[in-house]
Design a protein around this ligand. Structure first.
Ligand code: PHE
Ligand code: ZN
Length: 878
């Protein structure tokens, strides 16, 4: 991007709109060569003036004001971004006709075609690619939508709200007219036209309204909708019980599309889903896919209140709806399965990927103050850290007060477009708890760090904790005000039991888990009544999104792992121990010293494997080493290859020394019961698959037959996938290839299964580096225009196959850059996301990091970069 560099927009420049649109009537005339969009806007303002409408990639056909034609130049002007009508009265009707070409739309924003069907994606700023409009969430309008299309090709015509008319027209066409009684911002508009089948069900709401539920899919997928429908009904019920939120229309539709930039979209009463987030049966979806589908169906449904009924004033407030809704869906998922395991998964994602984002050049507060391209801000920070912030409010207020705060928020702001401030205020007003300092979480980026030390006084029995909080500089600010950090604390006595926690100054605590409010840069807490030094269990259940430092000895970690009553911290003690061991070994790798794994880790694993644990999912988490990505984050600047070598050495040592225990655990959890997606079944399968992975790494025996027979005999994709990926990563490459080839042969007509196959190959430890992944790109199964395929191959290789991506020649970086440049012409949002792995260049040691930076510079010097890629690349080079 050489000339005209894209400009940032700022929260501080926010101004309320001068005009609003009371009613929006849209007519879509869908034809193969182009679609005409007729829009009739009922406009209202406080005074007459200039009307400036957003529009992009539109062909303008005509503009009328109150029935009279306007002329370009004298009445209005139009450029690449705006249609400006020089003077309109305070109340008027503006009629605009535009022409668009959905079939050429590869950016997948606005109206586009996916596998023969028309569909839309308008969040955040896609509506301006459909027609000229006040494309901002604080302009809310009532919509009437008429769709006219060929009846045989597009028998199903859908939009938001209720169907009020449908009829046949001449020339084989038909028409559908939809009316949405709820006013909404244009980002929630949706339209679908296609040859679709549906399943139907009903839900009766708590006040007795009967709602029709439908899931629309391409004909071949009709047998993959039942699970999502069930998840939808459970979500509707849960939201009534937990939040008192009732559905507000007679119909709720979900449509599955193959080409979609994100997971799914909460358009009012017409959710559009990436097919990977809705379609499932035991043969074509893994347990992981099932749980993801359940969470996303719930997430989009929950948006009906947290997002649609109460929406965002501007896009800086994105976390208002996303943070709250992710928090809500995580509560739901946790109620549907195991709370500790759900917490571990969430924290793993947060600490591995969100912390990295918060430490990198794109770091931003959950309520950013500026951006160049809003699409780049659908981030882990907005979503996951945003949810953690809501979670802290929940824990500070307690369940009852939090619910009162939520009720107050929905009641006060129903039908409004508001800011995160209104959310916090409602929580404060309902609870009487002062959140003044807590608000720092909203406008300061970066991960706070807590450094904890302690001291025990034998004569008085006092135990002191010293807590220091710091936060590194991030792009928006070098200086940080202290955060209000709720730190849940337990103190274990010598037997490993929770001691009563009594604050010396304030005898009334007397709890087993005490939440300390950390508000100062440095704070001291004194607890009394101990006969020996207790072992602190800090930040229980990960009570705040912070990095914790306490000089635990390995003995203390083993003690916590064995005794902590907090499940999360038991797991975390094991992770900290393993991290310490792997990182120490990685130093030894670099020093060329001989390697040896601390016996205590091996003994712990052995004990865990032999324990007759009923919670298999939890046991699987306990036996999983921290990922390479997580370990890299713990060791900055990181030597990827040394860490990889050390981690592999630990895995192989465990596999060699404990293969018999892994085998018997495998056998205990392997049965012939027919597949059924359940918390228990998922736990068993995950544990079994972990054992299989270890077994295939052991050189104490040839366990390849075990994997092959699991692959051949199992009735479900979860087990087949586990077996295939264990083989793909093992030394048994001949067997792996035979099974993987057969698998592809069998499933080549199921895109979601093919994507899984692609991702297994792209993520394999044994891939032939950049040449290997380039073969996948050339494979007929790959399609660069389909985001799911791009994620399965390019995303997995660059984001997960870190050993090969960071190959010392730098070939991985150059390869990725070529793909980004190519994709930027087709789909800038997806291209910008792929820059992510390169932005971490400062965290990679030495020449490697430098090579990554050079690659970014090469991308930046490319002509005509999109705003999306330009923003990420230029910020990363600063
Ligand atoms: N709002 C969607 C969600 O999180 C995500 C999304 C954003 C989808 C932008 C498409 C485009 O539920
Ligand atoms: Zn969302």
């Amino acid at each position: 991007m050489k000339d005209a560099q894209p400009k940032a927009i700022y929260l501080k420049d926010y101004e309320a709109p001068k005009f609003t649109v009371l009613h929006t009537a849209l007519t879509f005339l869908i034809e193969e060569e182009a679609t005409e969009v007729h829009s009739l806007l009922s406009i209202q303002g406080e005074a007459a003036g200039e009307l400036k409408l957003n529009g992009q990639a539109l062909e303008l056909v005509s503009v009328e004001l109150d029935g009279g034609a306007l002329s370009e130049g004298s009445d209005f002007s139009v450029d690449d971004d705006f249609l400006v009508i020089h003077q309109i009265p305070a109340h008027c009707k503006v009629a605009i006709k535009t022409r668009i070409k959905p079939q050429e739309n590869t950016a997948l924003e606005g109206l586009y075609k996916s596998a023969g069907m028309y569909c839309t994606q308008c969040e955040a700023e896609g509506f301006r690619r459909i027609t000229y409009f006040l494309d901002r969430p604080d302009v809310m309008s009532i919509y009437d939508v008429t769709i006219i299309a060929d009846k045989s090709k597009y028998p199903v015509l859908l939009s938001n709200g209720n169907l009020v008319e449908s009829k046949e027209l001449e020339g084989g066409k038909h028409l559908a007219h939809w009316h949405d009684p709820h006013k909404k911002p244009c980002y929630l508009f949706a339209l679908v036209a296609g040859d679709l089948r549906h399943i139907e069900d009903r839900f009766t709401t708590m006040s007795g309204t009967d709602v029709t539920l439908r899931i629309y899919v391409e004909p071949q997928n009709i047998d993959k909708c039942d699970f999502a429908m069930d998840a939808l009904k459970r979500s509707m019920k849960w939201d009534e019980e937990r939040y008192g939120r009732e559905y507000d229309l007679d119909i709720f539709n979900i449509v599955a599309v193959d080409d979609f930039n994100m997971g799914a979209m909460e358009n009012k009463s017409l959710n559009i889903f990436n097919s990977s987030c809705v379609l499932a049966n035991s043969a074509t979806a893994t347990d992981n896919a099932y749980s993801r589908i359940e969470a996303i169906v719930a997430h989009e449904y929950f948006h009906n209140w947290s997002g649609n009924r109460v929406t965002c004033r501007d896009w800086f407030q994105l976390s208002l709806k996303e943070g709250f809704t992710v928090f809500r869906d995580s509560q739901f998922s946790s109620d549907m399965s195991s709370p500790v395991v759900k917490r571990i998964d969430d924290v793993n994602l947060l600490r591995t990927a969100q912390f990295a984002e918060d430490a990198g050049p794109m770091a931003h507060p959950i309520r950013p103050a500026s951006f160049i391209e809003i699409s780049n801000f659908y981030t882990l920070t907005i979503y996951e850290k945003g949810a953690e912030v809501v979670r802290m409010i929940h824990n500070l207020l307690g369940e009852d007060k939090f619910r009162e705060g939520s009720d107050l928020y929905f009641q006060r702001h129903d039908g409004q477009a508001v800011t995160t401030e209104e959310f916090v205020k409602a929580m404060e007003d309902a609870s009487g708890i002062d959140l003044t300092q807590f608000r720092n979480w909203y406008h300061q980026a970066g991960t706070p760090e807590l450094s904890v030390t302690d001291q025990f006084d034998e004569t008085t029995g006092d135990y002191k904790l010293f807590i220091k909080q710091t936060c590194r500089p991030t792009p928006e600010s070098d200086k940080k005000e202290p955060f209000h950090i709720p730190m849940a604390l337990g103190l274990l006595d010598e037997e490993g039991n929770d001691a009563q926690i009594t604050l010396k100054s304030d005898g009334k605590f007397n709890q087993k888990t005490q939440v300390l409010s950390i508000t100062e840069p440095e704070q001291e807490f004194i607890f009394s009544g101990f006969s020996a030094k207790p072992t602190p269990s800090l930040l229980r259940d990960f009570s705040a999104p912070v990095k914790l430092h306490y000089p635990y000895t390995r003995e203390q970690l083993l003690f916590l792992l064995a005794h902590d009553s907090d499940g999360f911290n038991r797991w975390d003690a094991g992770q900290t121990l393993a991290t310490d061991i792997v990182l120490e070994l990685s130093e030894q790798v670099q020093a060329g010293e001989p390697l040896e794994v601390d016996d205590r880790l091996i003994e712990t694993f052995e004990k865990l494997l032999k324990e007759d644990s009923s919670d298999k999912a939890m046991l699987c988490k306990m036996l999983s080493l921290p990922s390479l990505a997580f370990l890299i984050e713990q060791s900055v600047p990181a030597n990827v290859h040394a860490i990889y070598t050390a981690r592999t050495f630990v895995r192989q040592t465990l596999a060699n020394q404990l293969h018999e225990a892994f085998l018997s655990c495998y056998q205990q959890n392997h049965d012939d019961e027919p597949y059924n997606y359940s918390a228990e079944g998922t736990g068993k399968r995950s544990l079994k698959s972990l054992c299989l992975h270890y077994l295939l790494e052991s050189d104490q025996g040839d366990y390849s037959q075990l994997a092959i027979s699991q692959y051949q005999n199992s009735d479900n994709l979860t087990d087949q996938h586990a077996a295939l990926s264990a083989l793909a990563n093992s030394r048994f490459q001949v067997q792996a290839k035979a099974c993987l080839d057969e698998f592809y042969e069998k499933w080549q007509h199921e895109p979601l299964v093919v994507n899984l196959w692609l991702s297994m190959l792209a993520g394999s430890d044994r891939i032939d580096g950049v040449e290997g992944v380039e073969e996948l790109i050339a494979h007929p199964a790959f399609d660069i225009k389909n985001p799911n395929k791009v994620r399965s191959v390019i995303g997995v290789f660059a984001g997960q196959n870190l050993r090969h991506f960071h190959t010392q020649t730098g070939a991985g970086y150059e390869w990725l850059a070529d793909k980004i440049i190519l994709l930027d012409r087709l789909n800038p949002q997806i291209a910008a996301r792929l820059v992510g792995p390169l932005t971490k260049w400062q965290r990679i040691v030495g020449e490697g990091g430098q090579k990554m930076r050079n690659t970014l510079a090469r991308i930046e010097s490319t002509e005509n970069l999109s705003k999306d890629v330009y923003e990420v690349v230029s910020k990363s080079l600063v």
